[in-house]
Design a protein around this ligand. Structure first.
Ligand code: TXA
Ligand code: MG
Length: 415
């Protein structure tokens, strides 16, 4: 596995990327590359062989459609083809999209368009749907790569299927070593969660996946004043059924069980409660670490991970009155943006009951989004049995995407 480090300010970026672009054009092995959201696993979207290479590297079900990445609007128009031009010779990108394209491209917004007839896209890209998702990433490296390749790149997130998306080249390597040949390493991703997927062909327009562009930002655009959520979150059971096919698969899952605390969900006496019954059971198990619980309780977590946002109330999650942390020491994680504290867990009697790995993502939603997947992965590497995560208020901005990913990570549907 080759890993090429690329600094965006380097003079010779084009020379470095040229062989990668050549590989994308001519071979069937996908190339991992950074975007501003997460790392993508790219292949020529017009060739079936190359697109199949993505599915096999990821171990991804092939009925889950891929996002097509373009370098500029000309590339998109070319994709839509001459038959899709109206009398003015203009492309026929549906009018509703013009305002959001103008505002958010290049950037973390994926739009759905009807698949053109005839279609230059490999059928494997769209998994039998009548629409395809497309976006223009803002990462200079990604844009340059697509431009040099000269073809649109189909690219899902470059994680192994079901794992949290990769926000660094190391994450890609951890998941796909032995399955791909080349990673372009452009450092940590800026946004940290995936693009917002919208369907503007629907009336009203809908958000299929929350991401880097918020609902409020979309609402500010002409034609998008009435945009509504069409994704299902754990906390909103009974709402509109999920529309993005990706939603039916287990996603964003570290190996450990994730217990998410939602401050919105005021069921517990502490004012915070686990996101669902299963998580509550897991939390109860942990509470019994203090020795009061039935001794028949098996599988007590010995290695506990905590992801804090500053809204965390310590009394609610780990019952800090029962469990004390000692020998606290700081450790830089081999991840940008993260600092890990490690310590022993002791119960009231002072018995050593396990090890604690504690990460703080800060209280700023943007920073939380940037570090979220890294945090889940960092704790997995430490082989924790359980991860307690403090939820955040998801009403605004990128927090909606953060909570969406966390709810999926905390749900118990195994793929
Ligand atoms: O930020 C991103 O979007 C990253 C980077 C690499 O660009 N890509 C990404 O791709 O997250 P992926 O494959 O992990 O997720 C694509 C999402 C899935 O939820 C999929 O179901 C949805 O987009 N999607 C793609 N095409 C669709 C379509 N035609 N209709 C409905 N949903 C679609
Ligand atoms: Mg993905």
């Amino acid at each position: 596995l080759r890993r090429w480090h690329i600094r965006p300010e380097a003079q010779d970026v084009i020379a470095i990327l040229q062989p990668a672009a050549e590989c994308l054009r001519t071979k069937d092995t996908p190339v991992a590359f950074p975007t501003e959201t997460v790392y993508g696993l790219g292949a020529d979207a017009t060739r079936s062989g190359s697109v199949r290479g993505i599915y096999s590297a990821k171990g991804r079900p092939s009925d889950n459609p891929l996002i097509v990445h373009v370098a500029d609007l000309d590339m998109l128009r070319h994709l839509l083809g001459p038959d899709n031009h109206d009398d003015d010779g203009e492309n026929c990108i549906p009018a509703r999209y013009l305002s959001v394209i103008e505002k958010f491209w290049p950037g973390p917004l994926t739009i759905l368009l009807p698949i053109p007839e005839p279609s230059p896209l490999a059928p494997e890209v769209t998994a039998g749907l009548r629409t395809f998702g497309v976006r223009m990433p803002s990462s200079a490296l990604a844009l340059t790569l697509i431009k040099l390749a000269g073809v649109p790149l189909a690219a899902p997130s470059a994680n192994a299927s079901t794992k949290p998306s990769p926000t660094s080249a190391q994450h890609v390597k951890d998941d796909l070593e032995g399955r791909i040949e080349l990673i372009l390493d452009g450092g940590a991703c800026d946004v940290g969660v995936e693009s917002t997927v919208v369907d503007g062909l629907n009336e009203p327009p809908v958000v299929l996946r929350p991401g880097g562009i918020s609902l409020e930002e979309l609402r500010g655009c002409r034609g998008w004043e009435n945009v509504v959520k069409a994704y299902k979150d754990q906390s909103e059971e009974g709402q509109t059924a999920p529309r993005a096919p990706g939603m039916k698969y287990k996603h964003y899952s570290p190996r450990a069980r994730v217990v998410l605390y939602e401050s919105k969900c005021m069921l517990g006496q502490d004012g915070l409660v686990a996101a669902d019954a299963d998580a509550a059971a897991a939390a109860a198990t942990t509470t019994s670490v203090n020795g009061d619980g039935p001794s028949t309780n098996v599988g007590l977590p010995k290695r506990v991970g905590v992801i804090r946002t500053r809204r965390w109330k310590p009394a609610a999650g780990l019952r800090c009155d029962d469990l004390r942390v000692t020998e606290n020491q700081d450790e830089e994680v081999a991840e940008p943006l993260l600092r890990l504290h490690t310590g022993r867990l002791r119960n009231r009697e002072g018995d050593d009951v396990g090890e604690l790995f504690d990460l703080d993502l800060g209280e700023d939603a943007k920073g939380i989004a940037q570090g979220l997947f890294s945090a889940l992965r960092a704790l997995d590497r430490r082989q924790v049995d359980i991860i307690f995560v403090d939820g955040i208020d998801d009403e605004l901005d990128i927090a909606a995407a953060v909570m969406n990913r966390l709810r999926k990570a905390a749900s118990d549907i195994r793929a």
